[in-house]
Design a protein around this ligand. Structure first.
Ligand code: NOJ
Length: 582
């Protein structure tokens, strides 16, 4: 086996090029690789320690050279940042720390000029408590109040929350409004005697009431606002949460985030689909039609497929791979089940290995692997049970990347994945920013470890994230020892993770975009996952010992060195069958 030192070797025929170009123009979203830009942590142009639009703009050549087809930008709207921007105060403007609306419009043009598409993040389940609607609601505007979920409390004097739901971040999902700020409350009942409002996340993120037609109309208008500015689509935050069960009954398991497979009256209610039918009509009224990807944590691939019916959303994240251990049998099952259910509704599968809410794969795979899917928060809550073997985790993460990028459908890459970054687990408590940490009373360290600012260059923090004369340190502390993880350090190293992603993305574009469904190679070692798509076969060895490989030209390998005909433990390769290249 040879190390990755060069790009793909077998060139496409002109016909294949034409076919790809055509596909990319019309249904580009079926096969794209989308890069997630967590803007706060991507690149800081003005030295305030926060990433921003101009910083992102300066990295467009990097993203273009990486070979991704589209960018998804996490919320960039004005926000008090109670939940890192998922608490939106104004959906039609830009957070001043990130830039201006004019800069955002120029960025959208710049992304298009660089040959990529741009998806924004829409947050329809809740607003910020600083949104003008919520302020008006608390100031006594009945019409504004009816756009949120206010309810009287239970028990004597309404002291108890209206039901037993817990916030996704920990603690009750209800906050009582002070009587003097809540005209509906009982002023005689004491200082905190108003009604309660629902927040499935932080108290600064009041849930909207989607049975109110004003909410429906407002969000369709917000979609148009950004579509008119050239945005190609939206990632939908908490897409499964907008509609709550009638009467807001107590939940059998009050913690909505504790078990994605349990039913909860706040999640995945059938009424949510009507909302997306309306959004699809808006998206289809544009030329080219705009697209959506749903963040929907639901009980099964069958439930997920309901969001993907032909008159609803085009894509939805398939989170099972992200929850799967590095185990051939579990990964194979996930791929089969996901593909079958998405196929049934004519939708592509949408693969994700990581995002800003979960432990980075390098660290997830750096400890003993289980035999079944895990809760997304499980890894960070159990991190103390075993030291992380980061080099092992990195080897496995590189292999998992080759698996993901070889699968049919869409693949998302979270910023820093291409640099092989690990979770930063040692953030001091006083530096943690994620509300999960505070709301869980420290029982969950939260998601900051996957959000640490990107190291671009240099030998010490801020590693080129901020300019040399920056006034502030990065908003989350970067670790020492990331000098070899920077993009600059990896740029010319053919064995680097950055080089692996570049080569794999180019090979995917050349050989895999139209290669059809997965065809499993049977009879392999139980630790091996192997399938072919067209002329390429992908071999993943989740065991620790080497196994033999069949003949074939090694197109990409996750491990450097090694002998021909051998697949090392914890590694993956793509083999090209030269005879089948058309
Ligand atoms: C999902 C987002 O990815 C996460 O970061 C956020 O905290 C919640 N939705 C609430 O908006």
């Amino acid at each position: 086996m040879t190390a990755v030192t060069a790009g793909p070797t077998a060139g496409p025929t002109p016909d294949r090029n034409a076919m790809n170009a055509d596909r990319m123009n019309t249904e580009w979203w079926r096969t794209s690789v989308v890069y997630q830009v967590y803007i706060r942590s991507f690149a800081d142009s003005d030295g305030d320690g926060l990433g921003d639009i101009q910083g992102l703009r300066s990295k467009l050549p990097y993203l273009s050279a990486l070979g991704v087809d589209a960018l998804w930008i996490n919320p960039w709207y004005p926000s008090p940042q109670a939940d890192a921007g998922y608490d939106v105060a104004d959906f039609r403007d830009i957070e001043p720390a990130y830039g201006t609306l004019a800069q955002a419009e120029a960025l959208i043009r710049g992304v298009h000029e660089a040959g990529m598409r741009v998806l924004l993040d829409i947050v329809p389940n809740h607003t910020s408590s600083a949104h003008r609607w919520f302020r008006a609601a608390l100031a006594g505007d009945a019409e504004a109040r009816a756009r949120y979920v206010f309810r009287p409390g239970r028990g004597t004097g309404g002291q108890l929350p209206p039901n037993n739901w817990q916030s996704n971040f920990g603690g009750p999902a209800w906050t009582r409004t002070p009587a003097d700020r809540d005209p509906v409350g009982d002023a005689a009942g004491g200082p905190a005697s108003g009604e309660w409002y629902l927040h499935l996340f932080a108290p600064g993120q009041p849930d909207l009431d989607w049975s109110n037609p004003q909410v429906v109309a407002e969000f369709e208008d917000i979609l148009r606002f950004w579509f008119d500015r050239g945005v190609d689509g939206f990632r939908i935050d908490v897409a499964h949460g907008l509609v709550k069960a009638g009467g807001l009954p107590d939940a059998p398991d009050p913690q909505p985030g504790s078990n994605h497979t349990a039913s909860h009256p706040a999640w995945d209610q059938d009424g949510v689909h009507e909302i997306y039918r309306g959004w699809r009509r808006v998206a289809d009224s544009y030329d080219p039609p705009r697209v959506f990807v749903a963040e929907a944590w639901v009980a099964s691939p069958e439930r997920l497929a309901r969001y993907l019916r032909t008159d609803e959303l085009q894509t939805a994240f398939q989170f099972d791979l992200l929850r799967a251990p590095f185990r051939a049998s579990v990964m194979r099952e996930v791929v089969d089940e996901a593909a079958a259910t998405a196929d049934a509704v004519g939708a592509p599968s949408t693969w994700v290995l990581s995002n800003h809410d979960v432990v980075r794969p390098v660290t997830r795979y750096a400890r003993t692997q289980g035999e079944h899917l895990l809760e997304s928060a499980w890894d960070r809550q159990h991190r103390d049970r075993e030291a992380a073997d980061v080099p092992l985790g990195l080897a496995r993460a590189r292999a998992a990347a080759l698996l993901t990028l070889a699968l049919p459908g869409v693949a998302y890459v979270y910023q820093g994945e291409e640099l092989g970054l690990e979770e930063v687990e040692a953030i001091p408590d006083e530096a943690r920013q994620d509300p999960t940490f505070v709301q869980s009373a420290g029982t969950d360290p939260g998601r900051d470890g996957s959000r640490v600012p990107i190291p671009w260059s240099g030998n010490e923090p801020p590693y080129g994230f901020s300019p040399p004369d920056a006034a502030a340190a990065p908003w989350l502390p970067q670790p020492d020892g990331w000098a070899d993880r920077t993009a600059a350090a990896q740029e010319d190293d053919p064995a680097s993770t950055l080089a692996l992603y570049r080569v794999a993305l180019a090979a995917r574009r050349e050989h895999l975009v139209d290669a059809g469904p997965v065809s499993w190679v049977r009879g392999t070692d139980p630790a091996v996952l192997a399938f072919s798509r067209g002329a390429v076969s992908c071999w993943v060895n989740t065991g620790s010992t080497s196994v033999p490989l069949p003949a074939g030209h090694v197109l990409v390998s996750s491990a450097s060195g090694g002998a021909d005909g051998i697949l090392a433990g914890d590694s993956a390769v793509w083999l090209l069958d030269d005879r089948r290249v058309s």
